[in-house]
Design a protein around this ligand. Structure first.
Ligand code: F6P
Length: 554
């Protein structure tokens, strides 16, 4: 790592953890479980309708004591309060991060720049409610009077991943009437495929962009508008079929949006934290406003838990500090998110943006290069499918990969004994990761199968599974609006706490900007706007531009 600020690593609590890691290096979780029959019940906490079993970690009571001491030394309780109070914790953009205010039904004022933002939050929710009711009750229809059957949400990043995850997660709550579709990518296939499936007379388009300046979203929105006009729609009908959610009203108006069709967003909500705002409109249209409010309520319950629970029993804090433990003291480079629920299949993608855009940072808040690693690679996939794909590497690969197993106790679709089987798969994976299989166990197993001594000796090492691989198990009763809201809020707060420890700004994303800046110049040269194909700063880019231009000219 580069030289730079050493304030975190020179803290006594950090160094105590580094020494403690050496003490635990040869400790097996199997042993910890054997010696302590109460381990599972002691390392089990609940909050916001979720339960966390964190007993399968390379950790003892002493570890948790030391991790909490580090959290206190880094000011976690004070920073949590600062977030809820609306202080400008996004220091590079000089603004608060107040996604928690979007889901707070209380009447306490929250001031931003001296103004209480809560009336506008409530007013926007009421506007959303009226809009959703009008669509679902067929008071608001398409240009020919037909009821809307499809809603196409056009947005990318935080204006896409969160709403898409929640619509999928809450499929059992969908109204029959409206089918949601999401278009994000500038790959023309994405919008072409969606437009092929919908009817221009009965499709509502939502243009979702906080900045109203994101190339992918604007270009896709133009395609949607042209398609609408080419298929019988008049300019005057656009306001019946196009609605925008943005913090940049003037740009939306110059795009042709009627002001009444624009729902607000605010600078104090980060894109990846915005599904709770009007960016959640495609969700509200799909599941109804009562369920959308229940989603907000679930997230609010988690906010209350996070704000008011001692660090030792605080779900986001415990999960965050375990992440710090593995990333910074055990050398883990990635973290796996493994939902055992088909409805939650897009959770890894949402958490990827949430975590990696928030904590993929290289300097402290004061701009000093970090002398330690910040956010890990977040990845994952739905169980049990992953067991037949990438879990092999979790079990026998050379890397340490902590994992979160996420599973509801009840299924919305109790098909035969499927849910029990799914649950058994989930438990057997976390058990196998923890317990593994020793050489002796592998040998005895092969001997029982009647293999020759030579074959046993040859095969046994291949069947050894080292175990001692950490995981958390997160449980919920069922994937409901409330529990899904709580689950997403839990990971938001986990991300925030880790950012506090690493002393980074978790609410900006300057790294994304460079690609956007370069993209415009390259596009001009690709399409011939600037005349010259060459002139980039490197010959590789020049060559590839030439190839593309030659291809499109033939
Ligand atoms: O890709 C960077 C990013 O700025 C994300 O943070 C954001 O969620 C996404 O682009 C979309 O931005 P917007 O909502 O402004 O179109």
């Amino acid at each position: 790592m580069p030289e730079g600020s050493a304030s975190l690593t020179s803290r006594q609590q950090w160094q105590a953890l580094a020494r403690h890691q050496k003490d635990l290096e040869n400790t097996q979780m199997r042993e910890l479980f054997r010696k302590d029959p109460e381990r599972a019940s002691r390392f089990f906490i609940t909050g916001g309708g979720l339960s966390l079993d964190y007993s399968r970690n390379r950790a003892t009571d002493e570890t948790f004591g030391k991790l909490t001491a580090l959290a206190r030394a880094c000011g976690v309780p004070e920073r949590i309060e600062a977030m809820f109070r609306g202080e400008a914790i996004n220091i590079t953009e000089k603004r608060p991060a107040l996604h928690v205010a979007l889901r707070d039904p209380g009447r306490e004022p929250v001031l931003v720049g001296g103004e209480d933002i809560t009336p506008e939050v409530r007013h926007t929710l009421d506007r959303m409610e009226a809009f959703v009711q009008d669509i679902l009750n067929r008071r608001r229809t398409g240009r020919t009077g037909k009821v809307f059957t499809d809603v196409v949400s056009i947005g990318i990043g935080g204006s896409f991943l969160g709403p898409k995850l929640v619509s999928e997660a809450l499929k059992p709550y969908w109204h029959e009437q409206l089918q949601p579709h999401y278009v994000a990518n500038i790959d023309g296939t994405h919008i072409a495929e969606v437009l092929r499936r919908v009817n221009p007379e009965t499709t509502l388009f939502l243009i979702q962009s906080k900045s109203f300046g994101t190339q992918e979203t604007l270009e896709n929105s133009k395609i949607a508008r042209d398609w609408f006009l080419d298929n019988g729609g008049a300019h005057a009908d656009i306001e019946k079929h196009f609605v925008a959610v943005t913090a940049n009203t003037p740009e939306a108006i110059s795009f042709g949006m009627a002001e009444d069709n624009i729902f607000p967003m605010w600078g104090w909500v980060g894109g990846r934290y915005s599904l709770w705002s009007a960016i959640g409109l495609p969700v509200a249209l799909t599941i109804g406003m009562a369920n959308f409010r229940a989603l907000l309520q679930g997230a609010h319950e988690m906010d209350n838990h996070f704000r008011n629970t001692p660090l030792e029993q605080n779900l986001p804090v415990v999960m965050a500090m375990l992440g710090i433990w593995y990333s910074n003291f055990w050398g883990a480079e990635t973290h796996a998110i493994l939902p055992y629920d088909h409805y939650l299949r897009s959770l890894p993608a949402h958490l990827q943006q949430l975590d990696m855009e928030s904590n993929g940072k290289r300097v402290t808040q004061q701009g000093e290069p970090l002398t330690y690693h910040s956010g890990p690679v977040i990845w994952g996939g739905v169980g049990a499918n992953g067991q037949h794909a990438f879990h092999q590497l979790l079990h026998q690969g050379t890397r340490l990969i902590p994992a979160d197993f996420i599973i509801p106790l009840k299924s919305h679709n109790p098909v035969a004994s499927h849910h029990a089987t799914l649950f058994a798969n989930c438990l057997s994976q976390s058990r196998a990761l923890m317990a593994g299989k020793t050489l002796q166990e592998a040998t005895e197993e092969l001997q029982k199968e009647g293999l020759s001594a030579a074959d046993v000796e040859f095969l046994a090492p291949h069947k050894v599974i080292p175990g001692n691989k950490p995981s958390n198990t997160l449980l919920m009763d069922k994937a409901t609006p409330e529990t899904v809201g709580a689950l997403i809020a839990l990971y938001e707060h986990r991300t925030f706490v880790q950012g506090i420890i690493w002393d980074v700004d978790s609410f900006d994303q300057w790294g994304v900007e460079l690609g956007k800046q370069l993209g415009k110049g390259i596009l001009d040269r690709l399409t011939g706007e600037t005349g010259e194909a060459t002139g980039a700063s490197d010959s590789s880019t020049d060559n590839l531009i030439r190839l593309f231009r030659n291809q499109s000219e033939t």
